[in-house]
Design a protein around this ligand. Structure first.
Ligand code: SAM
Length: 265
C-alpha cells in the first residue's frame, strides 16, 4: 500500500531533501579534508598519525592486544606463509599480531612508530611471557638491526597511513631487504572502486593549496584525511606498488577488510 495525497508528497519531499543532505555532507567533507590535506605536509601527516594512535586506548589494551589474528589474517597466514620460521611485523602497534604469531610458534620481530605503543607492547610481551621483539622506528621507516625472515606483515591498516607512493614503495623495499626470495608479505588497507566526485574535489582542493604553499609533497587521488591520513587503494595500485618493491601480487581481497599478499621475487 502506498500513502495517498499529502503522504505521497511528504515522501517525495523527504527523498529530495535526503539527496541534498547527502550531497551537502559529501561536499563539506571534500572541502574539510581537501583544505587540511593542503595545509598539512607529509611530515605533518606522520606526526598526526603518531599523536592519534598514542591517544586511542584500544591499542594499549591487553584484551585487544592478546585477542589474536582476525579470521582473514589467520586465513592469509595459513594459505601463504611457511608453517615456521621468523616473521617480521611492521606497524605492529601494541603487538596484537606479534603476540598471535609468537603463540602460533613463529619467531617474531615487530616494530612501530608510536613510542607509547611500543612501550606498552613490550610490557604486554613481558607480562604474558611472550618471547618476541618490538622496536621503535620512524614513520614509514625500518629500524636498524633486523634479521632475516621467512615472511613479513604490515600490521592491520598500517600501510595506507604512509603518505606518498614513493614513501610507501621505499618502506616496502626496506621490508624486502629482510625477507628471502619467495617470502610472502601481507598488507591491508581501505579500498576504493569507481570514480568519486568527493575524492576528485578533495584532491583538487588539497593540490591547489599545496601548490600555493610551494609544498613539494604530492597529493594523490585516493588520499583522505579522516582522523588519520589514509590512502584508499585499487587493486592495480597495490599490485604496482608491490611490484616496484620486488613483490608479485598473489592474492587480493576487498572484504571483509582490504588486503593483499605479495611474494618476494
Ligand atoms: C590500525 S593500527 C594497527 C596496529 C596493530 N597492527 C594492530 O592490529 O593492532 C595501524 C598502525 O599503523 C601505524 N602507523 C601509522 N602511521 C604510520 C606510518 N606513517 N608508517 C608506519 N606505520 C604507521 C600506527 O602506529 C599503528 O600502530
Amino acid at each position: 500500500m502506498t500513502p495517498g495525497g499529502g503522504g505521497a508528497k511528504r515522501v517525495r519531499l523527504f527523498i529530495r531533501a535526503d539527496e541534498w543532505q547527502r550531497r551537502g555532507a559529501a561536499a563539506l567533507q571534500a572541502l574539510h579534508q581537501g583544505w587540511w590535506l593542503g595545509w598539512l605536509d607529509h611530515r605533518d601527516l606522520d606526526d598526526l598519525a603518531r599523536r592519534q594512535y598514542a591517544r586511542w586506548p584500544r591499542y594499549r589494551d591487553d584484551t585487544y592486544n592478546t585477542s589474536g589474528l582476525t579470521r582473514w589474517e589467520a586465513d592469509a597466514v595459513r594459505a601463504h606463509f611457511p608453517a615456521e620460521g621468523a616473521i617480521l611485523v611492521a606497524a605492529a602497534g601494541g603487538g596484537r599480531e606479534v603476540v598471535a604469531l609468537a603463540r602460533l610458534g613463529y619467531r617474531v620481530e615487530g616494530f612501530d612508530c608510536v613510542e607509547a605503543l611500543v612501550a606498552c607492547g613490550r610490557e604486554t610481551l613481558m607480562r604474558f611471557g611472550v618471547n618476541a621483539r618490538l622496536e621503535l622506528a620512524p614513520p614509514g621507516g625500518i629500524p636498524e638491526g633486523l634479521g632475516h625472515h621467512v615472511g613479513a606483515i604490515v600490521g592491520w591498516g598500517g600501510y595506507m597511513h604512509i603518505p606518498g607512493r614513493g614513501a610507501r614503495i621505499a618502506f616496502l623495499r626496506g621490508l624486502r631487504r629482510h625477507v628471502d626470495a619467495g617470502a610472502p608479505l601481507l598488507v591491508s588497507f581501505f579500498t576504493r572502486t569507481g570514480p568519486s566526485r568527493r575524492l576528485v574535489w578533495t584532491q583538487r582542493i588539497a593540490r591547489a593549496l599545496r601548490r600555493l604553499r610551494r609544498s613539494p609533497d604530492p597529493v594523490e587521488y585516493g588520499d583522505t584525511l579522516d582522523r588519520t591520513f589514509d590512502h584508499l587503494f585499487t587493486k592495480d595500485e597495490i599490485a604496482q606498488e608491490l611490484a616496484a618493491a620486488d613483490f608479485a601480487l598473489v592474492s587480493y581481497a576487498e572484504t571483509p577488510y582490504g588486503h593483499a599478499v605479495g611474494r618476494a621475487v
